[in-house]
Design a protein around this ligand. Structure first.
Ligand SMILES: *Cc1c(COP(=O)(O)O)cnc(C)c1O
Length: 400
């Protein structure tokens, strides 16, 4: 019998393999990240990599509310069901329910936990979960962990989804889980059509609004996200998940839906039950962020202007844009090496952009993930594009 390999030899081999594949990831330690500016190694860079779409992470009102919230205690000191649930959490949940047009909402410590916890609470052995191929890792992990039969369908492929629904075994329950706005592609799910299919086949629809919440919605619910923008309410999109770490500029997440759904999750969502409550300061900052979103509609308008400006200028420079109207504007380069080279060149020129490689995206689809914010100026966007136009051929030359 061969003995198992030592821990250190195993780790070394796997890390070496990662490096050889050009997939090794490194942390960038920032001194500060105030708004769209980031300080790295003593230099100030303009960041086009954060998910702080409205600039609320540095909004004075949000920071002040977070400081006041800290007076309630630095931590919640226990799980929500023990003694970690404060009035500020209840107030935040009520505000989330109001802006999403749902009966109730429940806050989680992170979006990852909200997705895993909700999926595992809703479906299990004997049920089926159908997921879009490009769903966020947290939805995928929920599908893996929940015990239900987990099937993927081609990205936004309604025919493929319908075939999956058609063939679903009778007996168990059916959950369809999709991103409303895809985190690495920036495109929106065809939610009205997906909801119609769910109705036809009695499947439950779960929409992850990590990138739609706060920046898109309907005329009456402008912050509610992509499901509202597609005309869907609580009946059509009964399980609505959103995060507070993206447009709200803070941390945490929520699920919004019927009173029964929320009561149920409090009973059965283990990542809600078995973890320390959200720090009160975070809840206070998030509540102020949502109030600011409601009152400062110009932030959303500015984000839309910046997206339009970026796309117009990028098209004029013949940059390879993807079909995205959201704040996520990826530039597909395909090759991991090229992506790292262009990102490094941009950093030399003063810009921080996300370099996204497998396994975050499928093999062969490495890309720069450029994210826009209301806090960017047209000058900053223009300078990024000029740098990109220079960096792309330079990197291609270096890679050849
Ligand atoms: C960021 C993200 C999450 C996870 O949210 P966190 O609060 O950061 O854990 C979930 N889904 C999508 C689509 C995301 O982009």
């Amino acid at each position: 019998m061969t003995r198992p390999r030592s821990l250190s030899a195993t780790l070394r081999a796997r890390l070496d393999e990662r490096r050889a594949q050009n997939l090794y990831r490194e942390l960038k330690t920032l001194a500060a990240a105030p708004g769209p500016r980031a300080q790295l190694d003593g230099r100030e860079l303009v960041a086009f990599s954060s998910n702080d779409y409205l600039g609320l992470a540095t909004h004075p009102r949000v920071i002040a509310a977070q400081q006041v919230g800290a007076e309630l205690g630095a931590g919640a000191t226990a799980s929500h069901l023990v003694n970690g649930h404060l009035q500020i959490h209840a107030d935040l949940q009520q505000k989330i329910a109001a802006v999403t047009g749902r009966e109730a909402a429940l806050v989680f410590s992170s979006g990852y936990m909200a997705n895993v916890g909700t999926i595992c609470a809703l479906v299990g052995r004997g049920d089926q979960i159908l997921s879009d191929k490009l769903n966020h890792a947290s939805l995928i992990d929920g599908a893996r962990l929940c015990g239900a039969t987990s099937l993927r369908f081609g990205h936004s492929d309604l025919g493929a989804l319908q075939r999956r629904l058609e063939r679903a075994a009778a007996g168990g329950n059916l959950l369809v889980a999709v991103d409303g706005v895809y985190s690495m592609d920036g495109d929106c799910a065809p939610l009205a059509e997906i909801a119609a299919l769910c109705r036809e086949y009695s499947a439950w629809l779960m929409v992850d609004e990590a990138h739609g919440f706060g920046v898109m919605g309907s005329a009456t619910l402008p912050l509610a996200g992509s499901a509202a923008a597609a005309g869907l309410g609580q009946d059509e999109a009964p399980v609505l998940m959103g995060t507070l770490g993206k447009a709200a500029g803070n941390a945490g997440a929520f699920v919004a839906g019927s009173r029964a759904l929320i009561d149920y999750l409090v009973q059965f969502a283990r990542p809600y039950i078995y973890t320390t409550g959200m720090p009160p300061a975070v809840a206070s900052g998030c509540l102020a962020a949502l109030e600011t979103m409601e009152q400062e509609a110009q932030l959303r308008a500015q984000l839309q202007r910046n997206i339009a400006f970026f796309r117009r200028r990028a098209a004029a420079l013949a940059l390879p844009l993807m079909d995205s109207t959201s704040a996520i504007q990826p530039l597909p380069l395909g090759d991991e090496h090229a992506v790292m080279a262009v990102a490094a060149e941009l950093q030399r020129r003063g810009f921080l952009v996300g370099a996204i490689r497998p396994p975050t995206v499928p093999a062969g689809t490495a890309r720069l993930r450029i994210t826009l914010s209301a806090a960017h100026s047209e000058t900053q966007i223009d300078q990024l594009l000029t740098a990109l136009a220079a960096a792309l051929p330079a990197a291609a030359g270096a890679g050849a």
